[in-house]
Design a protein around this ligand. Structure first.
Ligand SMILES: Nc1ncnc2c1ncn2[C@@H]1O[C@H](COP(=O)(O)OP(=O)(O)OP(=O)(O)O)[C@@H](O)[C@H]1O
Ligand SMILES: [Mg+2]
Length: 512
């Protein structure tokens, strides 16, 4: 009977009907229907806080919905602890990572699986399988390294490998490329194509239009916890999707920024870091313009700005702020020098998850004393200031007394950004500024940078999203293996030139 006639409707792999989920004070999902077919990639699209991760958590068994029905593989599911979800082939890669930091990649892959597969005898086999899988994925990842020694990109790769180790029928990816660059992203996309051919269903969350275009068979748009519409990807434009997502028309353009390069605000001479991730780098950034830094994962671009802020040990070289040598950079000192830093890894480095948004936004990173003072001296003014800032960034829900841990991923990022507006600062270091934030919020962040540079601040943007860093920066450095490979200005700032220098050897550094 199965597939005997073309007209027999094939039951989807996953069929959710009327799914609702409420958290204190928020209806995260309201009567959502979702079908995912075997062999299809189904994108969930929606603003920060729309309910995408909550829906994924329901599918993966992390939350049981308050109401609704759940069918998977033609069977009604009445109870779904995460273990069972994995056992029946539902495999999630979450937005916030789940690896155990003190274990190796390999150990993390085996975790919870050894017993199930019959103990010691299988361990050797599983190790072989883990290595083969990582090879097959084409990820440049050492299975023997400890997770806490890995960059965020490598942790992401390990998460993906972990999800693929068992038998997978439905793979769930919540913003998997947020910390991958072009090359790893390409590998992931090849893998996705293979899985689709093997009839695996995929749920994919992304805020990046290019990816949605490249991958999606269908798109379900969520807004305020409700399903607005499910569309065939081929039959809708970016504009359609954004309009459905926000309920209004939005221009997807980058703002026109007037750069007026002025004094040299940050000047780095022959900088080499203890771990060798940055070697003999010469670099400067002027006030009144955005300086971009592009490069592949592991090229040292994040480490460079982290070193300026005082988060990476320096082996040799000199940093000057406004022409004055800045010895032994440290975060607290950096703030006094007017330097702000926005980490890409907002959860681990940025936020106190058990504290309210208000405290997190006013507590300038690692500067707890000044926060306490601020809080004690002018609580009312603080509240009003933060409320205004978070309103500009469109925090959802717009409640600054909510704890940061209850926010969606993108809204956490907004809280981090809100911090910069609470102080008199002159140098802004952004590491992957738009990771995980929706189209509307991205535009807010770009507008925010525009205001900063037009008010004569120096803004340095490290980004793996080429269109972003090209559009925003006035001058652009490309890093390769810890060194500056190229500096591009004006007309020379093209995607082709950047890509070419990703792979070419560091000629400029070598000659010097
Ligand atoms: N554990 C939780 N406790 C309380 N509220 C929560 C919790 N998780 C999510 N929420 C709330 O539920 C709503 C939906 O959040 P969800 O994380 O699903 O959004 P999202 O669409 O994934 O957004 P993003 O694009 O920012 O990741 C938000 O209002 C969020 O604040
Ligand atoms: Mg999310």
């Amino acid at each position: 009977m199965e597939g005997s006639t073309d007209s027999t409707p094939v039951e989807p792999l996953l069929a959710l009907r009327g799914i609702s989920k409420r958290f204190t004070g928020v209806q995260a999902l309201a009567k959502v229907d979702l079908d995912v077919r075997a062999g299809e990639l189904h994108v969930l699209f929606g603003e920060n806080g729309a309910g995408k991760s909550t829906l994924i958590n329901v599918v993966a068994g992390t939350y049981w919905p308050d109401e609704g029905t759940f069918r998977f593989g033609g069977e009604d599911i009445h109870h779904l602890p995460p273990q069972r979800a994995r056992a029946i082939g539902i495999s999630p890669v979450f937005q916030e990572f789940s690896l155990v930091p003190s274990l190796t990649v390999e150990e993390n892959l085996f975790l919870g699986r050894e017993a199930a597969s019959g103990g010691i005898l299988r361990v050797g086999e599983m190790r072989k399988r883990a290595r083969a899988l990582i090879d097959e994925l084409g990820f440049d990842l050492d299975p023997g390294s400890r997770v806490d020694d890995l960059s965020r990109a490598h942790q992401q790769m390990a998460e993906i490998a972990k999800a693929l180790l068992g038998r997978v029928r439905l793979l769930i990816l919540d913003e998997p490329t947020a910390s991958l660059t072009e090359r790893e992203t390409g590998r992931l996309f090849e893998l996705i194509e293979r899985l689709k051919r093997q009839n695996v269903g995929l749920i994919y969350v992304s805020h990046r239009m290019r990816e949605i275009r490249a991958l999606a068979d269908r798109v379900s748009v969520l807004r305020d916890g409700r399903l607005i519409k499910t569309l065939d990807a081929a039959a809708c434009t970016d504009g359609d999707l954004v309009e459905l997502m926000t309920g209004r028309k939005i221009d997807l353009l980058y703002p026109v920024i007037t750069h007026k390069p002025d004094r040299i605000a940050v000047d780095v001479e022959n900088l080499t870091l203890v771990d060798g991730s940055v070697r003999e780098v010469n670099f400067y950034a002027q006030s009144g313009e955005i300086t971009g830094i592009a490069g592949l994962v592991g090229c040292g671009k994040s480490e460079l700005i982290r070193a300026i802020y005082g988060l990476e040990p320096i082996a040799a070289g000199l940093i000057r702020i406004d022409g004055v040598p800045y010895e032994h950079p440290a975060p607290r000192q950096s703030l006094k020098h007017g330097i702000a830093y926005f980490p890409a890894n907002r959860v681990a480095e940025g936020l106190a998850l058990s504290r309210p948004v208000r405290e997190n936004a006013s507590m300038t990173a690692l500067d707890l004393d000044s926060f306490a003072q601020f809080g004690v001296l002018r609580p009312g003014a603080e509240r009003a200031a933060i409320a205004l800032i978070m309103d500009q960034l469109k925090l959802k829900p717009p409640n600054i007394e909510r704890i940061a841990g209850a926010l969606s991923g993108g809204n956490r990022q907004k809280v981090m950004l809100g911090r910069a507006l609470t102080r008199e600062l002159t140098v802004f270091l952004f590491d992957e500024p738009s990771v995980g934030i929706d189209v509307g919020a991205k535009l807010e962040v770009y507008q925010f940078m525009k205001r900063l540079v037009e008010a004569d601040a120096a803004v340095i943007v490290v980004s793996s999203e080429l269109p972003e860093v090209l559009a925003l920066s006035n001058r652009l450095y490309v890093m390769h293996h810890g060194r500056i490979a190229t500096e591009l200005k004006g007309e020379a700032r093209t995607e082709q030139n950047v890509l070419a220098s990703f792979f070419k050897e560091h000629l400029t550094a070598e000659v010097a």
